[in-house]
Design a binder for this molecule. Sequence first.
Ligand code: AMP
Ligand code: FE
Ligand code: FE
Ligand code: ZN
Length: 294
Amino acid sequence: MKTSSFASSVKLQTKHLESSWVDLHMHSTYSDGEHSVEELLAMGQKKGLRAMSITDHDTLDGYLEAKDLADKYSIELVSGVEISVFIEDSELHILGYLFDARNLNLNLKLSELQEKRKIRAQNIVNKLAQKGAPISLDRVFEKARGSSIGRPHIAEVLVEEEYVANFAEAFDKYIHADFVKEFDVYKPTPAEAIRLLTEAGGVAVLAHPAKYNRDDLIPKLVEWGLHGIEVYTPGTDRKQSNHYKKLAKSYNLICSGGSDFHSKSGGNKNGVGSVKVPQESLDQLKEASLKICT
Ligand code: AMP
Ligand code: FE
Ligand code: FE
Ligand code: ZN
């Protein structure tokens, strides 16, 4: 009995060595994810992932907690963050990897963004009251539990207060991009985010490009130093994925991706490792990061 449980534990511990899959996009309770960092690592181990990155919105807290735990789960943990940026009336997400998490300017900017997210949440709650859906700001802060506060926490309260039946309806009916746009102008530009990440020794990747309908911005992002683009993303069909692979090739961008897992009940429900990302993506990101002088 003892031997077999030892054997299965060894098998679990070494499973990642046979795997060549990674997951470079997911969220923990430090932003709008449902699962703790440790739960995410355990899911990654169970899937036999070789490496993963916890990419919380505008905060390194998820990564910082995970880095001390990754060894226990025999997973290579890559520093990661997902920065919301604003350009020409559109919000995009820029993923950063392989940066020095002690970099001062990056940390100062992310702290500033955390404060601005709180003010934005307050503004959104005020606007909701004007639109006939008053909710408690304190309740929204409770939902965020001190983490990077965002629209999902507001959506939870809108559901709780029965203004809407579910999360999707909260976004469709109330807190869609147009509703919050006027409060999003504080966000950094893509050029600023790419510069911050690069100056911290990291690389920048455009998250889920199919979500924006702004392929026209890709040449500019490349000019500003973008290293890669997500092509392995949940909900992307083969046609879209091939489209972005082609774009990546023509702009010499690295093909990256991940599950963008938030919770079992929303977004990609299928968990860590549910989108297959080849290890080659991470190898190429590492190669690009080595070329950066800090
Ligand atoms: P924020 O950073 O406050 O703008 O919130 C953005 C987050 O809200 C995204 O990262 C998603 O997790 C979530 N989200 C955005 N749009 C939707 C939607 N239509 N349905 C459910 N969740 C969404
Ligand atoms: Fe999110
Ligand atoms: Fe995103
Ligand atoms: Zn994400």
